[in-house]
Structures are given as C-alpha cells and as structure tokens.
Design a protein around this ligand. Sequence first.
Ligand SMILES: Cc1cc2nc3c(=O)[nH]c(=O)nc-3n(C[C@H](O)[C@H](O)[C@H](O)COP(=O)(O)OP(=O)(O)OC[C@H]3O[C@@H](n4cnc5c(N)ncnc54)[C@H](O)[C@@H]3O)c2cc1C
Length: 454
Amino acid sequence: MTRTAAGRGHAVVLGAGIAGLLSARVLSGAFDGVTIVERDGDTTVGLVRRGVPQGAHLHGLLDGGRRIIEELHPGLTDELVAAGAADGEPLRDTSWYLHGRRLHATSTGLRSVLSTRPLLEQVLRARTAALPGVAFAPPATAVGLVRGPHGAVGGVRVRRATGEQTIDARLVVDASGRSSRLPAWLTTLGEPAPVEDRVDVDLAYATRLYRRRTDQLGGRLSVIVSTIPRSRGGGALAVEGDRWQVTLAGILGDAPPADAAGFTAWAATLPVPDIAELIADAEPVTDPVPFRFRGSRWRRYDRLPAPAAGVVAIGDAVCSVNPLYAQGMSLAAQQALVLREWLAAPGPLDAGSYYRALAPVCRRVWDIATRSDLALPEVDGTRPLLARVLDTYVRRVQLAAHRSPAVARAFLRVANLVDPPAALLAPAVLAAVLRPGATAPLPAARDHAGTRAR
Ligand SMILES: Cc1cc2nc3c(=O)[nH]c(=O)nc-3n(C[C@H](O)[C@H](O)[C@H](O)COP(=O)(O)OP(=O)(O)OC[C@H]3O[C@@H](n4cnc5c(N)ncnc54)[C@H](O)[C@@H]3O)c2cc1C
C-alpha cells in the first residue's frame, strides 16, 4: 500500500475501547473515511459493557495518558470534570501508600482526573462520533480478515444476527483488546503470527461503589494502597455521581471476596486502615463485583520479519499489562501517537516499521509492570543481573519517597508516564536516595489519611 496526498481510501477500526476510539481520532485526518466496528451496542451512562468487563473496576488515568488524550481532543479534561470527575494533584489529594507508608505529600506538577471507565469512554465516544468522516457501524463482531486485490489484507468479515458481511479497507486497525483474534486470523490467511511474552501474577479484583461525602478520607479524593511489597492492596477513588469506587486487589491467587461481609473483612487486612475506615463509614450502592487477570501479555508483532500488509494492532491487542500500575489506557494513548506518526511518514505504509516504533513504547510500560511482579519469587520469569540491580535501586527510591519530596515527585512523574525512567537517576534524586537514613521506615500510622494529614 502506498501513501498519496489525497484519496487514502477507507480504514476500519475493530473495537471501540480506548485504543479504538483514539485510533479513529488519528486515522480521521489520514483516510477519507473511518468505520468503527464494535460488537457491543451504544453505551449508556454508567453502564458497564459486556465487551469491557474490566470497566466495573478502578480505572486510574495516568497524567501521561490524560495529556495525550487532551492533545487529541482539546477540552476533554474539562468535559470530564464537568461530568462529575474529581480533579486533583496526585500526591496532595491522594494518600499513596507503598511498602505500607505514605509517599511524601508534595506537589508533582501532575493532574489526577478521577472517573469511572464508562464515563471516560462515554465522553471520548461522543467526541469520536463528531469527527469528520468517522462512523460507527451497527453493532457487529469481527470474525476474520479478507485479502485485497494486491495480496495485502483488504478488509474484514463481520457478523450480525442477520448474517455475515465484508467491509473493504485499505487499512484494518485491530483494537479489539486482550482477547484479539488477530493472530489466528493471520494464520488462516497463511501470514506469520506473533509469539507472545507472558508474566503471570494471578491477580484478582473485587470492586464496590459507595455513596460519597466530602468529609470522608480526611477530605482527600483517593487513597491507593499498593500491593508492594506483598500480595494485598486496594484503592478508593472519588468518582462521578458522588460515589467512591473501592477496588480491593490480591495477587498470586490471594483473591478478595465478592460477598459484602467478606469484602469488608478483607479490607481490614490491608497494611493501612484508610480503606477499611472509609467503607465502615460509607453506604454501599452496589454489591462487590469480582474480576480475574491471569497476567501480562505482549504479542511480539515487532519480531516478525515481514508482518502482513494492510493490518496493524494497537492497545491491549498488542500489549496488556498488569492493571495494578494503571498504565493500559495511557499506553493505548501513546500507541495512538505512534500510529499518527506512522501515517504521516512518507513512503509506503509498512506494518514492520509501525511495530518497530511501537516496541519501545510497549517496552517501557512492560518493564515497569513486569519488573515489579518479578520482584516476587513466586512469579515465573527471567531476572537478568542488570534488571535486578535496577530493581534494588527502584526499591530504595520507593522507600526514600516516604521522606523526600524530590524523590516522591520524581517517582510519581515516572509512574505517570510523564518523565522517562532515567529521571530517577537525576543527580538530585540519586543524592536523596543514597543519603544515609533515606530509606529508614517512617513510624507506622503517623501518616494515615484519616488521622494525620501532611
Ligand atoms: C481489572 C482491570 C483494571 C484496569 N485498570 C486500569 C487502570 O486503572 N488504568 C488504566 O489505564 N488501564 C487499566 N486497565 C487496562 C485498560 O482497561 C486497557 O488497557 C485499555 O482499556 C485499553 O484497552 P483496549 O482499548 O485495547 O481494549 P478494550 O478496552 O478491552 O476494548 C476492546 C473493545 O473491542 C471490542 N471487541 C472485542 N472483540 C471484538 C470483535 N471481534 N468485534 C468487534 N468488537 C470487538 C470489545 O467489545 C471492546 O469494546 C485495566 C484492565 C483491567 C483488566
């Protein structure tokens, strides 16, 4: 397929999740028309879709992702806030606990906009529907690919209750998520399919919504209790509709119960009491909902010597990481920028060059998520020497972030995918981390959100 200044033809996006909606945004300027194929019908406010069951659970939007989404859709952050999303500074308005102690409550220059996943998707979907040349097909399930006249992939087969249909496309973008069937479809066409990297953690979530009063949680907008260093953690976020979204999380098979009494009792076993205290004082508005996540998956399209022409994958369909680090939507946003650059570059649209540009973007979030998981001896995977040395340093960074505002700021900016990991090695951060006593534990309970605000 070659690029021409005009008459680029038609592109099809499979899936209207975050990756699909952002793909449609960058494709809309580059193709004459863009059709989004989604198996679920239109979303309603607050309704969790069948195709996105993870949407019932805490979905933190990292500031790195929010900034990209804002660039692609100026004003979207304000729209989210107008729709009821909470808006704050991550360390000041959140009690963030790692290793059972609160990170220093300093300013970071980051913005934390808190909503449920359905609200974010609803706002993004409305923006996408208003883009010139973008159309949502009537609900349909993509079931395979077809070849075009020049041997490249030239369209997609879709199925509805009324039968099957082919939609022709110069480019198919697979944004159908973690359960993407693209590798199998490529095999059916006789094209090479990717190998998959995996790191299993056997993560389990349970989530419940509560009525919110602003005097709860010491006036803060959220609390995050990391599973680092052991298996149990959780989060409570102020979300639209004056509600708390409370998610409990356990790894290595340590699953939070999905019955009301068990949920409350499990919350009381976390290393800090904030979440248990909050839910003891809040009225539930839903029952707990469970979710299982086996582990991180990276389909290595970048390793194929000659990936099929006419189709590319994006979002969880390529790289789906442990959600404890809240990176998935931001990774999808970063990938959308890679797609935009690829579309804008001169020369033929070569899928290989797209995947090569995507690989370092995936690598960064993959390393953040899987290196934390591999710190647990029970998790299977290779642990190269250099990675182990860096892990030891990152652990010191996390401990030093309890006392040092400079370290806390640097750590959170990297965790939010705003600054590169190398920022943790900046001289001021290095000096603060290596200072004697920098990693000595703070006294317990000194910093709990409800008892002592800093
Ligand atoms: C429990 C959990 C919690 C998470 N928490 C966070 C978080 O805090 N922060 C964060 O940034 N990320 C989080 N994530 C990750 C986040 O959900 C995804 O990474 C992000 O939504 C990008 O996914 P996607 O758009 O690629 O796929 P999805 O959001 O899964 O969307 C895929 C879409 O494709 C559709 N589809 C699938 N197959 C077909 C087909 N054959 N035909 C037509 N349509 C199809 C589906 O219906 C769906 O709409 C979490 C994930 C999980 C599992």
